[in-house]
Design a protein. Sequence first.
Lengths: 294, 339
Amino acid sequence: MAERSATHGRNVSREFLEERAKFVRLETVRLTKIAGAGHYSSTFSAAELLACLYYGQLRINPAQPDWADRDRFVLSKGHIAIGLYPILADLGYFDPKLLDDYTRLGSPFGDHPDMKKIPGCDFSSGSLGHGLSVCLGMALAARPQKRDFRVYCMLGDGELNEGQVWEAAMAAGHFGVQNLVAIVDANRLQIDGATADIMGVEPIHERFAAFGWDVQRIDGHDIDAVLGAFDTLPSGTTGRPQMIVADTIKGRGVQMMELSLNWHVGNLVGRDYDAVIEEIKAGLKPVAATEVRP
Amino acid sequence: MSNEEGAALSGLFTGISDLKESRSVKGTPASRLPAFVLGEELGDMADRDPRVIVMTADLASANRTTEFRDRHPERFFDFGIAEKNMITAASGMASAGMVPYAATFAAFCAILCTEQIRTDCAYTNLPVRVLGHHSGMSMGFYGTSHHALEDIAMMRTIAGLTVVCTTDANHLRAVLRSSLDHPGAMYIRMGRGRDPEVYAEVPDITIGRAIRLREGSDLTIIATGAQVHAALEAANTLVEDGIQTRVVDMHTIKPLDEAEIRAAAAETGAILTVEEHNIIGGLGSAVAEVLVECERVPFRRHGMPDEFALIGPPAGLYAHYRLDAPGVTAVARELLGRG
């Protein structure tokens, strides 16, 4: 069995992870400009989570993307692949220059990720509700192979509307798949409005607990809290599946987008583009909105 | 056939093991029927290959994967009545190095889970083997909810997905063995598990290559699945009319053996396709797509008309829709103007 320590180590500082989250947001803005449209706000809500996972937690080796003992990460909310690609490039899975043709004809990189074309992408996604089942299968596959890798799955809170999520949640509890770690980016919005208004999913933590999961609920923009949640994950493949409900703000990091329904898909141009770049570079300001805005 | 016999033959009784000693179908002993070899063959494969995983969705007793479960409990997963989760989880397993065989009624894998098969198994090009048993209308009076007369059409439009229909028990064994190292995802369509014997021994098959079972110059019947048996019986009867019939087991629907179809068009006088599937989109459509680009011959697609089946036991339905040997014989005569 492989050592359970992140390849990139937990020696990374909070400041470094904040910088990487900033990098995710900046690249999201840059790549969206290339494509002409992109998922800004649901990527921004997950920026700290993605940074903490890839730079502080996952047991991976970019020089060996198919390493059998690696931890897996499945982006079930595949529409934020735009935030994942820059991390994979930064870690060395592929040449960052490839992203300059993001979504152009023949590019490996679409709005939703394709595992066949992208080194480091553990599974294709895009159709919401599938990822937790994928991860369940991956995590179960560790047993007959006597491996101890973990499988991390990131879902959106709106995604929890999908019935298949609950089939997988039930089965994960039933099979006692302890090496399965689900993270819900609970950013409170889905396309048509507040998740609470469109199809209520709360209390997420109680629902998963009732399905047999160990559940933590944290501030998904607080890097210390995210790393702290990772630190409490148990080792071993059998026991209880692990859920981290991360309370986040959709659009976090760009105040005009925070909890705004207007920025699920968008395209910044002209002075707006330049202003947003500057705002992200300056770092997180206090949250601009506590309620959903039209 | 009585309804009781129909129920028994559909293989749903969990006490089906009692049938093993007492029933035979068209001279085929029960022990040589597909229902009784699936779990055994998969178990044998798992003995030799650590990648083999078997999954089902609360139907282990109907598809007899119970035998696999008893022999390899650590590699057997019953997902309960949650087929979409099972198919997608199979893709996750496959991505982590396993070769999962996920078995349930064709209605509940191919039809219910078409998107999971497309997006998670085929698009990813992973070695998931979806086993759709009790396909067609072999569930008889359980009705349309449990029939799969559309699955070939749905599966064969999915890019990169291999689609194979099994003919009998020995053919099922051959397909399973061939599937182990076959690239990409597969949909393996099985009948009700009580399909009469066509192959006395496990045939040497190549996925994508049809099997010519009988020579003839007047007509070619291209059949798939259990209809191959009916086609052979029909061919024997047609001899009495002076009609020499070639019979082709087109077990692989995709990739299709186009050369065998062209040969039939060039060398025999007419082509009849026979399948337990809606005539829209299945084997007949696939063959027609080839024929319109080559030599024209009298051609007819025979299968389920574009309607939902009546209620009835399987044998009654096959007779009604002319998918048994007398029915296929009659349709062949019509095609050749001898009706």
